[in-house]
Design a protein around this ligand. Structure first.
Ligand code: URA
Length: 236
């Protein structure tokens, strides 16, 4: 792998900044200064930047507070996509969104280049519950709670039992679902005669949306947060 790509993969500097560091002679490979961004290194090379050894990483895990108006994809013909909001310093990781939120849904979205983790989190077999806050156009009641608890049959899938929690305002609810099928929360609400007018995902498994993230903001998951996703206890 190229030296500049390797360094960019280790830290949070962009490839452009990394090139500058290399030119300035601040980078050593196996003890010797290397001023060539295109020099080849591998995972065994000892690379130091400003005298500090750095460690290669293959995967990156990002948390985004997704705003409305962005498609959960890496490319769309018509609309901006969530990866447009990811900083240039992560460009070489080629992250993709883990699961989909509708264009008008806000809240917790994970982006990564780790396909295995993405599979673990999105596979309906793994029962990783996703929690949403929803505002609906008509009050919800205990009959709706029961309907959600029973699960629901749709044309192309059966929604497993879901949790509906009604807040003090009966038009504001929390909903937890095990899957993440197309428009699932909206369709489950419609089944009970309500339309969702606002939807935000607040958690995935044990991982909660960081409330200090503004809409459109992105940050890396901490090791602890990543652990919450990886070791999720799905005995719901
Ligand atoms: N369910 C929906 O209806 N929309 C989303 O964006 C996520 C879950």
């Amino acid at each position: 792998m190229r030296l500049d790509k390797y360094i960019a993969a280790c830290g949070s500097e962009s490839r452009k900044d990394v090139k500058k560091l290399i030119k300035q002679g601040l980078v050593t490979v196996d003890g010797s200064v290397c001023k060539k961004a295109e020099a080849q290194v591998n995972e065994e090379s000892v690379v130091c930047v400003s005298g500090k050894e750095i460690h290669y990483r293959k995967f990156v895990y990002l948390m985004m507070n997704k705003p409305s108006g962005y498609v959960s994809a890496v490319y769309d013909k018509k609309y901006p996509v969530v990866t447009d909001l990811v900083g240039e310093e992560y460009a070489h990781f080629e992250v993709f969104p883990v699961g989909r939120l509708d264009i008008d849904t806000e809240g917790l979205l994970i982006l990564t280049n780790d396909g295995q983790l993405a599979h673990e989190v999105t596979s309906p077999k793994k029962n990783v519950y996703k929690r949403y806050f929803a505002r609906v156009d008509r009050p919800m009641d205990e009959n709706d709670v029961k309907a959600f608890k029973q699960g629901m049959e749709f044309k192309e899938f059966t929604a497993k039992p879901a949790l509906l929690e009604i807040t003090e305002n009966p038009c504001e609810v929390y909903i937890e679902i095990a899957e993440g099928k197309f428009h699932q929360v909206k369709r489950m609400c419609e089944r009970t005669g309500k339309n969702v007018i606002y939807l935000k995902r607040v958690s995935i498994g044990g991982l909660k949306l960081d409330d200090s993230l503004d809409l459109g903001e992105v940050r890396e998951l901490s090791a602890e947060e990543l652990g919450l996703l990886q070791k999720y206890d799905n005995s719901h």
